[in-house]
Design a protein around this ligand. Sequence first.
Ligand SMILES: *Cc1c(COP(=O)(O)O)cnc(C)c1O
Length: 386
Amino acid sequence: MGNYQNSVNTKDLDSRYFMQAFGRDQKIVKGEGSYVWDESGKKYLDCVAGIAVCSTGHCHPKVVEAVCRQAKELIHISNLFYVPNQAELAEKMVEISGLKGGRAFFSNSGAEANEGAIKLARIITGKKKFVAFVDGFHGRTCGSLAVTYKPAIREPFEPLEPECTFVEYGDLKALKEAVDDDTAGVFVEGVQGEAGIVPAPEGFYEGVRKICDEKGALMICDEVQTGMGRTGKWFFYQNTSVTPDIVTIAKGIASGLPMGALVAAEGISFKASEHGSTFAGGPLVCAAALSTIDIIEEILPSVSEKGDRFAKGLSAHNPRFCGLMIGIPVGEEKCKDVYEECRRNGVIVNCASHGTIRLVPPLTISDEEIDKAVEVINAAIDKTDL
Ligand SMILES: *Cc1c(COP(=O)(O)O)cnc(C)c1O
């Protein structure tokens, strides 16, 4: 490939000048389709895709073209003006979400989309509190962190707002007890991603919807990881009979440009000056999102089959999966070893919570690439079993 950035000093500079909040030891300098390259020129099949972000693969030519075209026209204009591509994207988001009569709003990340949902649920219901689930993840900003379960990342920053009660994922009886007359909303993931790919049990979404309706709380589906086609539908809830009040979206929406969104059902909307953001929904990210949606539209029908192909190939190791979200429970002790062995053999995987190898590859991954990944991952797990 040639032309790699000279990064002899990266590790040194990072350790000296960058706040050491991330654990990492490798530099990636190039991506194309399902592959990335490190600075030595070694090629990897990327089954993590920026953690479900690079939905159309790395540097998809159509996305690159759309971004370059827009960059030459107008990179930023304030939301004091109508923004090129923004209304078109809002229409598209409402259409693919199936929330007829609904509206969209944009943000710069998943956490911010959830911040927006917290504000929207409060202003619409006039209520204050939230309920979320054990092992659920909704972001790292103060509000989104307040509804995120993991004590190790949340507790050092308490007190946090809003007040949130956590109940076991899938436990409708506990949920019914936790949702009260001052509950503004329930945050739920269709597949818990950070927790290690834990799909909602059968009937769970229907039960959450019913409890929310009974108590006048909003059902907020966090589709930051599951959305934009990853589970085989545009959004996970479209695999169920439920429609949410608010959907939050980010990761896969713009093929790697920083963007998030909320889409809310008819009648659930911010009014003048109730919300805002300087960068959100700018011309560049909206262009990237529109081209991303065009690409995903074509491949969406194949996502479930690709997920099945992965799961079938990995069946000896009891994967949990939903579309192209695959979790292989290998145990805390082995996770890092499996990750290292895969990396050595040119496949990038990720260790999620509870000793789970997580795969969230590009939705554009081919059957041959899936078979290659499966072969390497199976061998890595078998080898670390010895
Ligand atoms: C990643 C993630 C978030 C946070 O998104 P950021 O863009 O990192 O702020 C929120 N919810 C879920 C389900 C996620 O997977």
